[in-house]
Design a protein around this ligand. Structure first.
Ligand SMILES: C[S@@+](CC[C@H](N)C(=O)[O-])C[C@H]1O[C@@H](n2cnc3c(N)ncnc32)[C@H](O)[C@@H]1O
Length: 316
């Protein structure tokens, strides 16, 4: 395995001051979401997510959520093609080891997308796996895969999980948090559905890792929006700690990887990655033009494009 372990760092006790105390009163009786767009209706309460949000003093930016979902509706068919290097088994085993999972563990994959990780958790790692995602297109891809019937798939957002308190031993979130507009609500929901001593495992990029990505040499307009969307690691750890997660720490990873400039062009044209898919057409075309100019001068030769990730882990 060519992943290099860069080190772990524990952070404790810092207070996340921007947070408002939210009213956590909830309805427990189940409601009806019939005739309502499911991801905007909490299947536990039957209320629209706006109503639940208003009652709990949570402001969600639905237009941002919907523009992200619009992207995934289009991108879902090609989504896996843009991630052939994802080294799924490595990550599954890494999560199992770091979160000390046993074959009895119950796992929730929030923002599971096309289920690449979700389905793999059912292989020797867990007895119960649930995948949640608001994008029907992404879930349709997940459900079409072999062994998908081992997973329970649910249309929902991280901010309002239609799931019972204390049902899971581990929550996995891979490359999702930057799409979630109600991050603090999502963290509170994660704590609610985790059992005692349950773990949250967040696979994400640090700001430093984002800045290192060569793709932004060609698409500099995408970098600022990614830096706005991704919560940097110290802030993310502070949010988790503030809400009650204990022993919050992170691990950084890097593995050598290369990409052809023409593959970046394909990724941009087919909108494989939301970082390029959510760019304006003008900015995307400008980036493609820069790549064509680069190829004209240097040839279509591989550019070093290391896989870099950070995994943040907290214990309830
Ligand atoms: C980049 S994909 C990651 C998919 C998968 N976890 C993976 O690593 O392959 C981001 C996913 O987050 C989902 N998403 C967007 N907003 C969300 C929200 N508020 N709650 C949960 N998931 C959300 C999208 O529909 C999409 O499937």
């Amino acid at each position: 395995m060519d992943i290099i372990f860069l080190g772990a760092q524990a952070r404790r006790g810092s207070l996340y001051l921007r947070l408002k105390e939210l009213n956590s009163a909830r309805e427990t009786k189940s409601g009806s979401c019939e005739g309502k767009e499911s991801y905007r209706c909490n299947e536990r309460t039957g209320k629209s997510e706006e109503t639940v949000g208003r009652e709990n003093n949570i402001q969600l930016n639905w237009s941002k959520t919907e523009s992200s979902l619009g992207h995934f509706a289009v991108a879902s068919k090609n989504y896996d093609q843009g991630r052939l290097d994802d080294k799924v088994r490595f990550w599954i085993e890494e999560v199992a080891q770091k979160a000390q999972l046993s074959p009895e563990s119950r796992i929730l994959d929030v923002g599971c997308g096309t289920g690449s990780f979700t389905i793999d958790f059912t292989k020797d790692i867990s007895r119960e796996v649930v995948g949640v995602d608001p994008s029907r297109g992404m879930l349709a891809q997940a459900k079409s895969k072999p062994d998908s019937s081992r997973v329970e798939w649910i249309v929902a957002v991280a901010e309002y999980l239609p799931l019972a308190d204390g049902r899971f031993d581990c929550i996995f979130m891979s490359q999702v948090l930057h799409h979630i507009t109600g991050k603090e609500a999502a963290v509170k929901e994660s704590l609610r559905v985790l059992d005692r001593d349950g773990k949250i495992v967040i696979r994400t990029f640090s700001h430093e890792q984002l800045r290192q990505k060569p793709v932004f040499r060609f698409f500099p307009e995408a970098l600022s929006s990614q830096l706005r969307g991704y919560t940097d690691i110290p802030e993310l750890e502070a949010i988790l700690t503030h809400h009650g997660y204990r022993s919050v720490h992170h691990y950084s990873y890097r593995s050598e990887n290369y990409m052809l400039p023409s593959q970046y062009i394909e990724a941009a044209e087919k909108r494989w990655w939301s970082m390029l898919g959510l760019l304006s057409d003008e900015d995307r075309q400008r980036g493609i033009a820069r790549l064509r100019e680069y190829i004209r001068k240097n040839g279509d030769t591989k550019i070093r494009n290391d896989d870099v990730f950070t995994m943040v882990i907290g214990k309830k």
